[in-house]
Each structure stands twice: as structure tokens, then as C-alpha cells.
Design a binder for this molecule. Structure first.
Ligand code: HEC
Ligand SMILES: [Cu+2]
Length: 328
């Protein structure tokens, strides 16, 4: 069998280079823990790519280092190198092997991408809104909005990432998923979380002065905790809506003038004293003013100038407004 005297030193150099390459790969924590199916697949793909590249890197580097050391021309050697015709067998091998490796990697990469984007039936749809410099999340099926992305473990989430202003980028390192938020585009991301925990949401696209603090959180919880949270949030939203509707209804009811007089004297009289002839201290005289009921209510709700809004609401507002209309 043919045995080159160059083989042994090249192998020794290769072992040294290989050990250094492996050390920097293994001793440094390059990736966060994988907490989604997508991250597990992508991180494995990354390491397969790394180690297969490392094999070729080590072989090539070992040969180069050995050649530089062993075949270096003497300083005064200005001659041409010997004319050599190529080695067909070798050339076929070094073309065929990398081609096969590249095709295999491409097929593997395609399979990972395909599985990562496989849509699961009954997944949880969440709208992700990016704006300078905050993230908000909407649950269209439940009709709620939050500042923290809350999702159940082991159920796929389908994120619709959108921007309200400039380009941002939704990134959860632990999920191994990143996607641009581009104005006018609904960018869909699928993530299957596998571990309960809280992970950072990072904006990964320079979006303005507050870019560095454009952070939020994703809370992966058990299905039971998620259901309880969802029910509570829905009840809160429904409660708020019911309270708002009740207040609006009360404010629109015909008010009670005597009750309004009492409230007016307590809450408005400090500024609108002297309803008769003399003007009050701060506010204008209301007697004789060209007022409408809706105008008075708007004035009370929103305030104007030195008059603060929201001093009274609901039934009190209806009563006060009725009183003001009775004396105008
Ligand atoms: C802190 C002082 C202050 C209090 C308290 C206050 N107002 Fe006023 N109000 C003002 C001032 C000042 C204006 C004039 C605002 C302007 O036009 O810039 C005004 C304007 C108004 C007007 C519009 C008058 C017009 O001619 O357009 C109405 C109506 C009115 N107030 C009703 C009320 C009622 C009812 C309350 C009690 C719920 C109240 N205000 C409490 C200071 C006050
Ligand atoms: Cu941003």
C-alpha cells in the first residue's frame, strides 16, 4: 500500500487544529437553551453545518500549514515551479465530495424549514404590534390586548407580526425565531413552545433612539394557567365594557335638576359661582350662555382651558347637565 511520508505530520497538525476548533465550539456557550421545536431543529441544523464545515476546515488548514512549512522556497530561489499536469482522479474526488455534501445540506435545510413552518390545526393566533418603542399583543379570538405575550406550552402559536410605524424585528432568541415587522405587511411566524418559562422579546432591527430598550417578554405557561389567565382577562374586558356602557347610559338619562343643583354647588361652584348676575371666580357665567345639553356634557367630559375634564360622570353628570340647562 502507498504510504506518504507527509501523511503523519499532516495528521498531527490536523489533530491540533481540530482540537482548537472543537474547543472554541464546545467551551463557549454560543446558543441560548432551545425552548421551541423550531429552535431544537434550527440549532441542531446549525451544529451539523458547523461540524461538517469543521472537518473540511481542519483537513485544508492542516495541508496548508504543512505545505508552508515543508515546501517553502529558499529566499534566493527565483526559479519557476515544475510544470505539473493535474491529477484527474483527485479532481473528480474534490468536486464530487463537496457537491454531494452541499446537496445533502440543502435537502436537510429544506426539511427543517418545511417542518418549522408546518401549520398545526387549532393553533393560537396572536397579533404582534411593533411601534416605537414597544410591543403589544392582541388575541383576536378572545378580544383582549396585553403588553406581555402569554402562551400555553406545547401548543403552536401563529404570530401575525405588524408594525405601526417603521421597520422593527420580533426576536425571541430562545425560540430560535426572528421576523421583521414591516409597515403594511402581515408577517406570519409559527412557534411551538416546548418549555414553561419567561423569555425576552427583543427588537432586532435598529428602529430609532429607543431601539435598545424596545424589549418585552413572552410567558410560556401550562394550558391550565393559560386558560385561567384568558378567562380572567376576558372577564376584565367584559367588565370594563359593561361598566363603560352603564356609565354612558346613566350619563344619557334625563337628569334630576334638584340633585344636579347640589352636585353643582359642591363640584362646580368653586369656579362657576354667582350663577345669577356676577361671574364666578375662575369659570365664565353660565346663566345666559348659549349652551346645548350635548355641549355641556362634552365640556364636562373633556374639560377645556382651565376647566379639568371628568369632574363628574354617569348619573351625576346627567343631573348636573340638566341643572345647567335649567339655569342657562
Ligand atoms: C377649576 C375650575 C372649574 C371647575 C371646577 C368647573 N369649571 Fe366649568 N369652566 C371653567 C372655565 C375656566 C371655563 C371656560 C373654559 C374655556 O372656554 O376656556 C369653563 C367653562 C364651562 C362651560 C362652558 C361655558 C360656555 O359658555 O361655553 C360649562 C357648561 C361649564 N364650564 C360647566 C361646568 C360644570 C357643570 C362643572 C362641574 C361639573 C364645572 N364647569 C366645573 C372652570 C371650571
Ligand atoms: Cu424596534
Amino acid at each position: 500500500m502507498y504510504k506518504s511520508k507527509h501523511l503523519l505530520p499532516i495528521v498531527i497538525i490536523g489533530l491540533v487544529v481540530g482540537a482548537l476548533t472543537a474547543a472554541q465550539a464546545l467551551l463557549i456557550d454560543w446558543l441560548p437553551p432551545a425552548t421551541s421545536e423550531q429552535a431544537e431543529r434550527s440549532f441542531t441544523l446549525l451544529w451539523v453545518l458547523f461540524w461538517s464545515s469543521a472537518v473540511f476546515f481542519v483537513i485544508v488548514t492542516a495541508v496548508i500549514i504543512y505545505s508552508i512549512w515543508k515546501f517553502r522556497a529558499a529566499d534566493d530561489d527565483l526559479s519557476e515551479g515544475p510544470p505539473i499536469h493535474g491529477n484527474t482522479k483527485l479532481e473528480v474526488v474534490w468536486t464530487a465530495v463537496p457537491s454531494i455534501v452541499l446537496v445533502a445540506i440543502a435537502v436537510y435545510g429544506y426539511i427543517v424549514l418545511d417542518r418549522n413552518e408546518a401549520v398545526a390545526a387549532g393553533n393560537l393566533k396572536v397579533d404582534v404590534y411593533a411601534q416605537q418603542f414597544a410591543w403589544t399583543y392582541g388575541y383576536p379570538e378572545a378580544g383582549i390586548q396585553t403588553g406581555v405575550l402569554k402562551v400555553p406550552v406545547n401548543r403552536q402559536m401563529e404570530l401575525h407580526v405588524r408594525s405601526r410605524d417603521v421597520i422593527h424585528d420580533f426576536w425571541v432568541p430562545e425560540f430560535g425565531i426572528k421576523g421583521d415587522a414591516v409597515p403594511g405587511i402581515d408577517h406570519v411566524l409559527w412557534i411551538n413552545p416546548t418549555k414553561i418559562g419567561t423569555y425576552p422579546v427583543v427588537c432586532a432591527e435598529l428602529c430609532g433612539v429607543g431601539h435598545g430598550v424596545m424589549r418585552s417578554k413572552v410567558d410560556v405557561v401550562s394550558q391550565a394557567d393559560f386558560d385561567a389567565w384568558l378567562a380572567k382577562s376576558k372577564a376584565k374586558v367584559a367588565g370594563n365594557a359593561a361598566a363603560a356602557a352603564a356609565a354612558e347610559k346613566a350619563a344619557n338619562a334625563p337628569g334630576d335638576v334638584p340633585a344636579g343643583k347640589t352636585i353643582f354647588e359642591a363640584k362646580c361652584g368653586g369656579c362657576h359661582a354667582g350663577l345669577g348676575t356676577e361671574a364666578g371666580g375662575v369659570g365664565p357665567q353660565l346663566t345666559g350662555a348659549p349652551l346645548t345639553l350635548d355641549g355641556v356634557k362634552t365640556q364636562i367630559t373633556n374639560g377645556k382651558g382651565a376647566m379639568p375634564g371628568g369632574i363628574v360622570s354617569g348619573t351625576d353628570m346627567a343631573d348636573v347637565a340638566a341643572y345647567v340647562m335649567s339655569i342657562k
